[in-house]
Structures are given as C-alpha cells and as structure tokens.
Design a protein around this ligand. Structure first.
Ligand SMILES: Cc1cc2nc3c(=O)[nH]c(=O)nc-3n(C[C@H](O)[C@H](O)[C@H](O)COP(=O)(O)O)c2cc1C
Length: 178
C-alpha cells in the first residue's frame, strides 16, 4: 500500500489541513503547484488524498491532478476541499455535483472543511474577483435578504479569518481502508 497527500492551496488554509492529515497518517504532503516530479510522486500510489481550496465552487487543482495519467489507476481517492461556506449536507452535495459527478470512479470520497479568508494573500486576479463578488452581494442586499454565505462573505472581506479545525479531519484519517 502506498498513499500520499497532494494539495493545492492559494492562501494556506488547505495546506494546513493537508499537513495535519499527512502528520496523523505519517505520510508526505506534496504541493501540486511546486511538485515538478508529480509523475514520480504518484507512481505506485494506490491511495491518494487530495485537497484544494474552493474557488467559485470549483476545487482548485482537482482537474489538473485527475488529468495526470497515473491517477487513472489509483484505486482509492479521497478529496477534501476548504471554503468559507458553512458545512452542510447541501453544500457538500453541491460541491460533489460541480466537481466529481463526471469522474468515472465510484470510489472517490469527498470531505468539506471550513478554511478561511486572507485578502492580502490573494493574487491580483482573485482580489479583483472578490471585489466584484462583494459589489454583486452589496447590490443584492438592496433588493432583498442575503443567504448566510453572502452575509459571511461581506463580514470577512476586510479582515483575515481562520475557521480551520483539526477535529474535522478525524473522519478521513480514521477511514478503515487507509
Ligand atoms: C475568488 C474566490 C472565490 C471563492 N469561492 C468560494 C466558493 O465558491 N465557496 C466557498 O465556500 N468559498 C469560496 N472562497 C473561499 C476560499 O475557498 C477559502 O478562502 C479557502 O479556504 C481558500 O483555501 P486556500 O487558501 O487553501 O486556497 C472563494 C475565495 C475566493 C478568493
């Protein structure tokens, strides 16, 4: 059995979970963007744990990873993602529908954890996208009530928030099949 943790993290929240998972399972955690030897990292792996931040409901880095030939033969894939949305069955279902519905594997499991927000660490493009989203939400606020996610987004915009919680990884690290 060979297992690895691979992650893609723009502002560090997913990285934190990836390192916790790797530590608890005594595995290596590899940064997808910095691994120039990804083929080597994935070679002979039968259990892959991948984590990415949520950006407009897409899991950052997931497509890139699944496009790697080596992932096609991996029998167990655990995907975790981090975002600002509150955790709920509906949110998890929506994330699955948007990211994993068409993956031709029936053994992919998805976990959603709350991450955080750090505007200063975002790239200029992501900062711009966030400013546009903020304007959209502010405009919507004038017309009617906002969802809890929208309210949350407005509340955190100008400060760093960190909702990471190590307890959330328990279910994943306690998986009997790992
Ligand atoms: C442009 C942008 C879009 C985002 N879209 C979502 C989203 O659709 N759902 C969500 O829950 N969080 C969303 N977030 C919040 C990030 O997913 C959250 O900050 C995450 O923890 C970042 O992880 P990372 O730092 O590891 O990349 C978004 C953040 C940015 C900047």
């Amino acid at each position: 059995m060979k297992a690895v943790v691979v992650y893609s993290s723009k502002t560090g929240f997913t990285k934190k979970y990836a390192e916790w998972i790797a530590e608890d399972l005594s595995l290596e955690a590899y940064d997808l963007e910095e691994s120039d030897n990804l083929k080597e990292v994935l070679s002979g792996v039968d259990t892959l744990i991948f984590g990415g931040g949520l950006y407009a409901i897409g899991i950052n880095g997931l497509k890139k990873l699944l496009n790697e030939n080596q992932t096609k033969s991996i029998s167990n894939i655990f995907v975790f993602c981090t975002g600002l949305s509150l955790r709920s069955v509906e949110v998890q279902r929506e994330i699955f529908k948007n990211n994993l519905k068409d993956v031709e594997k029936n053994n992919v499991r998805l976990y959603y954890y709350r991450g955080g927000f750090d505007f200063q660490k975002l790239s200029l493009i992501d900062q711009l996208l966030m400013r546009m989203l903020k304007l959209k939400i502010q405009w919507k606020k004038k017309k009617g009530p906002l969802s809890s996610d929208e309210k949350g987004m407005l509340a955190v915009f100008h400060r760093k928030v960190d909702f990471t919680d190590r307890n959330l990884i328990r279910e994943l690290v306690d998986m009997k099949s790992l």
